[in-house]
Design a binder for this molecule. Structure first.
Ligand code: DC
Length: 214
């Protein structure tokens, strides 16, 4: 008899769509571990920049990434990101240089291959709510629990600046949607929820109502 794998709720969507807040709340509600895969790409980007690498230079990113160790320990129901043994905080993960470079680092196929393998391995933690850009399309394409969170470009840009970040969300989206390896798409079978004009509570309610968990 083959063991049934734990459920994975996949939550994808563009930059600043509100998917992190929604995913965190859904995970808390269900008691599942919350995984923010954007932070894994951000951690890799931070480490690559620290190594003095030009984020436009894919070859140099590949070489630097090979020497960077990334771990995802769970703290209070969420995965954290540690680079070469040190935990990174919000200041590093959401710094302006990381915001500017993360889509460039995330489009390098070898970086994606490595992080996708790490993300799949997190299933060992048990039931997950995992959010990102390619979770329902590439990381866990067989999950029956797929959500795509959207919001208008204006709403997303104003949310990002309200968080105090100078972040070119439209430019990040353009790179994330146009890259060759696992671009941002609405995954097959995903339920699309636009949260431009609803509250966080309403969005969480819609996600929970859309899931058919046993
Ligand atoms: O979710 P976020 O905005 O923090 O993600 C930062 C960047 O990381 C995003 O612009 C593209 C990349 N990313 C990705 O390519 N694949 C994922 N699964 C998650 C994030």
């Amino acid at each position: 008899m083959t063991a049934v794998p734990p459920p994975v709720i996949t939550i994808d969507g563009p930059a600043a769509s509100g998917k992190s807040s929604i995913a965190r709340r859904v995970a808390q509600h269900l008691g599942f571990t919350y995984v923010n895969t954007g932070n894994m790409y951000r951690a890799m980007t931070w480490a690559v920049l620290e190594a003095g690498v030009d984020p436009q230079d894919a070859e140099a990113i590949r070489a630097a990434a090979a020497g960077i160790t990334l771990e995802s320990p769970v703290v209070e129901g969420k995965t954290q990101v540690c680079v070469c043994g040190s935990a990174l905080g919000d200041d590093e993960l959401n710094s302006d240089p990381v915001n500017r470079a993360v889509s460039l680092v995330a489009r390098v196929p070898e970086v994606r291959e490595r992080l996708v393998a790490d993300q799949r391995a997190l299933i060992a933690l048990g039931p997950l709510v995992m959010e990102g850009r390619d979770i329902g399309s590439v990381v866990f394409p067989d999950s029956p629990h797929k959500i795509y969170i959207d919001a208008t470009e204006e709403v997303r840009a104003s949310r990002r600046s309200a968080q105090g970040h100078a972040d070119q969300v439209a430019e990040r989206d353009r790179i994330d949607k146009q890259r060759t390896t696992s671009p941002l798409i609405v995954p097959q079978g995903a339920i699309v929820i636009d949260n431009s004009h609803i509250t966080l509570d309403e969005a969480v309610g819609q996600v929970l109502a859309a899931l058919h968990l046993p």
